[in-house]
Design a protein around this ligand. Structure first.
Ligand SMILES: [Mg+2]
Length: 386
């Protein structure tokens, strides 16, 4: 089997309502921008993937991946991985391309990718990942809605000028629903997006003070409390805590850097993302390193349902994944329906609080071709016949 063509379509979907992600410093995000990647083979099998990015990913794939993928056997994944690693030297990261190869292999094998990889489970407990900063009273209402929908866990964003005010959200939720829901907190200190208003860096003393308060309220983990390369600070922080886990890694790149995070003792829970930080198959190696070190992996996801599907399959395949990030923050514009608007079979949470792996070959994606065609901004094809 050989790769015949690679097509990248830049898609720009609307969000129906305003959306103010906490990590973008008050900016309204009006749309969902992504790249749909389709790899076609000479045997008619098509691998689907996506980038959580725009035109820059399509250009990087066209320039740095396509010349070395075309004509190659897509099932020889490990022979192609170096191409993806080296693409990042000069272009936007394209780890997302590995997803297309495993989609092809799963379709040829007639098995869901999670099963090909050992199939530890057919479902993963989802946590409802909120994105906006809201008042304690509003978050109490939100959590009561989540409980009625089956969620067993929720993640809040800490971004106020004074983190003491952020803590009031957790206090209010614990006071009303007790321990009926697991709580996580994300400080997004590891990377900064441009936006309005200043980004408030915590520094070590604030990170420790917040962590100790969260520990008292039985919070499951504190995510990205310090910059992504502050290996010493993260290790020192983790060392001072008893029950609160420190999580992170979504903004770190490459297998070697996850090994470094493990070796330096930075995190209890590693959070690679199949579209951003490593290839979906390489994430299994991260999970193996973590398993051998007694650590957990909880994949990061944001952006689009295709990425969530990739992360779901690796999360279900491995034995050390406690939770799957499930982005959903109504009534803002960013909901599960908005996230999955390119799919005819969106990912949903079941009454058991889990997302179930679809029993379809490959990643089991069913594209909404009509909607995709409507919101395609540009199409970029590289072909072996060119
Ligand atoms: Mg995060």
């Amino acid at each position: 089997m050989k790769i015949d063509s690679i097509t990248c379509r830049v898609l720009d979907f609307p969000l129906e309502r305003e959306f103010h992600p906490a990590w973008a410093r008050g900016r309204n995000q009006p749309d969902l921008l992504m790249v749909l990647i389709e790899v076609e083979t000479d045997e008619g099998v098509k691998g689907i993937g996506a980038a959580h990015a725009g035109l820059e990913a399509a250009i990087a794939i066209d320039r740095f991946v396509a010349p070395y993928f075309l004509g190659q056997d897509p099932t020889q994944v490990e022979r192609l991985i170096p191409v993806l690693r080296d693409s990042e030297i000069l272009g936007a990261p394209v780890y997302c391309m590995e997803m297309t190869l495993w989609d092809i292999i799963g379709k040829v094998a007639g098995l869901p990718v999670a099963r090909l990889w050992g199939g530890f489970s057919d479902r993963v407990v989802a946590y409802c990942a909120t994105a906006e900063v809201r008042s304690p009273a509003q978050r109490v209402d939100d959590v009561q809605r989540m409980l009625s929908e089956g969620y067993k866990a929720v993640k809040f964003r800490f971004h106020l000028t004074n983190p003491r005010d952020d803590l009031k959200v957790v206090e209010a939720v614990r006071a009303v629903v007790g321990d009926r829901i697991e709580i996580m907190v994300d400080a997004n200190q590891a990377g900064v997006e441009p936006g309005h208003g200043g980004h408030h860096s915590w520094g070590f003393p604030t990170a420790l003070a917040v962590a100790r308060e969260l520990e008292l309220m039985q919070v499951r983990w504190l995510e990205e409390p310090l910059p992504r390369h502050d290996y010493d600070g993260l290790h020192r922080l983790r060392d001072k805590l008893d029950t609160l886990a420190i999580a992170g890694g979504e903004d770190n790149h490459g297998l070697h850097e996850f090994k470094l995070l493990i070796d330096r003792g930075c995190y209890d829970i590693l959070q690679p993302d199949a579209l951003l930080s490593e290839g979906v198959g390489q994430m299994r190696k991260v999970a193996a390193l973590a398993e051998a070190s007694g650590l957990e992996v909880a994949p990061h996801t944001w952006g689009n349902g295709i990425g969530l599907m990739a992360n779901l399959h690796v999360a279900a395949a491995i034995p050390n994944c406690p939770f799957l990030e499930f982005p959903h923050d109504p009534p803002s514009g960013f909901t599960a329906a908005a996230r999955d608007q390119m799919l005819l079979e969106p990912l949903t949470i079941e009454q058991d609080g889990c997302v179930h792996v679809p029993n379809r070959p490959g990643f089991g994606l069913v594209l909404d071709e009509e909607r995709i065609a409507r919101y395609t901004v540009s199409t970029h094809t590289s072909s072996a016949k060119d």
